[in-house]
Write a protein that binds this ligand. Structure first.
Ligand SMILES: [Zn+2]
Length: 362
């Protein structure tokens, strides 16, 4: 059963730690022994052979930089103080995706339009072939690198298909730990995105801004990587989605990618608790919660955020690499889900979003 993962910060890792995602996760872990990468970002969960084994056919791969006020240390090179610098980082990250897909087209391919998606998917249907390309859909997380909405057309031409206005607060809206509404710059960004057909990602937007955007933005809306706040005890973090936001997303035919990150499944979890205290059952609970609110399985999927500031040390016990997302299938079946809803959750929901939103041709 094919999996689509709606959030991975591949370019950030390539430029920060020189990670080579054509290698297996286990090989990258060996190469990084004695380096500082695992201490900063955990042991990698990603690599081409792991995608292949896990049938992860499509990944929404991000452009991501953080404001200097949130810099994690000297190793953290993808930081900016000006929009000019953010813009430069995103161009460099885009180049990293161009290099990856140019150098290893049999392993990674960009998905820019309908035909690209269908090419990748039809390759995965070939019965006698055991190596398939992973399709990458480019998602800009934190829109601070867009210097003005007039630049959006260029970003679309370059391949960006999804934009999340926030990470921390931005000039567009309130974000994680930095509450606030949509600003006039934020509304202008949404206008430009709607005109060109970008998908809006409300992950990291403060609740107030998210609800305004859900009301205002006419195009397709997702939360590529976010969990349900009502299942999480002892947190009032605005990083999680309230049931109000989930309801509004469902009403707008949106999709939420659930994150298998221990701190997002149990906010009281600490690395010293060990991996064993959080399991894939926690992930199933978040998936099921959205299905219950929607009375259908059409609005929830996966957005792992693997390697996005955490690694092997901080994911549920059953997960050694991205390939183990497949282990959700029997757990969903145990919970009473039948084959169609399970394949919707594992990948089909994201595929139908892409079919609705990718351009016919460039
Ligand atoms: Zn994020």
């Amino acid at each position: 059963m094919l999996i689509v993962d709606a959030h991975e910060d591949l370019a950030w890792n390539i430029l920060t730690f020189d990670r080579d995602y054509t290698l297996a996760a286990v090989e990258t872990r060996q190469r990084e022994q004695g380096t500082s990468a695992p201490a900063h970002n955990g042991d990698t969960l990603l690599g081409y052979p792991d995608y292949l084994r896990g049938e992860v056919a499509v990944v929404f791969s991000t452009l991501f930089a953080s404001p200097a006020r949130r810099q994690q240390g000297n190793f953290d090179t993808q930081v900016y103080t000006t929009t000019e610098q953010a813009n430069k980082i995103y161009r460099d990250q885009l180049d990293a995706y161009f290099r990856l897909t140019d150098d290893s087209p049999d392993k990674f391919r960009l998905i820019l339009e309908h035909a690209d998606l269908e090419d990748v998917l039809s390759h995965w249907q070939k019965p006698d072939v055991d190596e398939h390309p992973i399709g990458l859909v480019i998602l800009m997380e934190n829109a601070e690198g867009v210097r003005s909405p007039s630049e959006l057309e260029e970003w679309f031409k370059l391949g960006v298909r999804i934009i999340g206005p926030a990470w921390a607060g931005t000039r567009f809206c309130g974000g994680t730990h930095e509450p606030g509404p949509l600003t006039s710059d934020g509304y202008a960004l949404l206008d430009g995105m709607a005109d060109l057909g970008f998908v809006l990602d409300i992950s990291h937007m403060d609740e107030q801004a998210a609800l305004q955007a859900l009301e205002y933005f006419p195009g397709a809306i997702i939360a590529s990587h976010a969990n349900a706040k009502s299942l999480l005890k002892d947190t009032d973090s605005n990083r999680f989605l309230s049931d109000d936001v989930i309801h509004a997303l469902i009403e707008r035919n949106g999709i939420i990618g659930i994150v298998p990150y221990n701190s997002f499944l149990d906010p009281s979890w600490r690395p010293s608790d060990g991996r064993e205290s959080v399991t894939l059952d926690h992930v199933v609970s978040h998936i099921d919660h959205v299905c219950q609110l929607a009375s259908s399985a059409q609005h929830v999927a996966l957005g792992s955020d693997f390697d996005g500031g955490f690694g092997w040390q901080s994911v549920p016990a059953e997960i050694d690499s991205v390939a183990d997302l497949q282990k959700l299938i029997p757990l969903l079946a145990e919970k009473g889900y039948t084959n169609n809803p399970i394949s919707a959750i594992m990948g089909e929901n994201w595929l139908s979003l892409l079919r609705r939103t990718l351009p016919e041709e460039e």
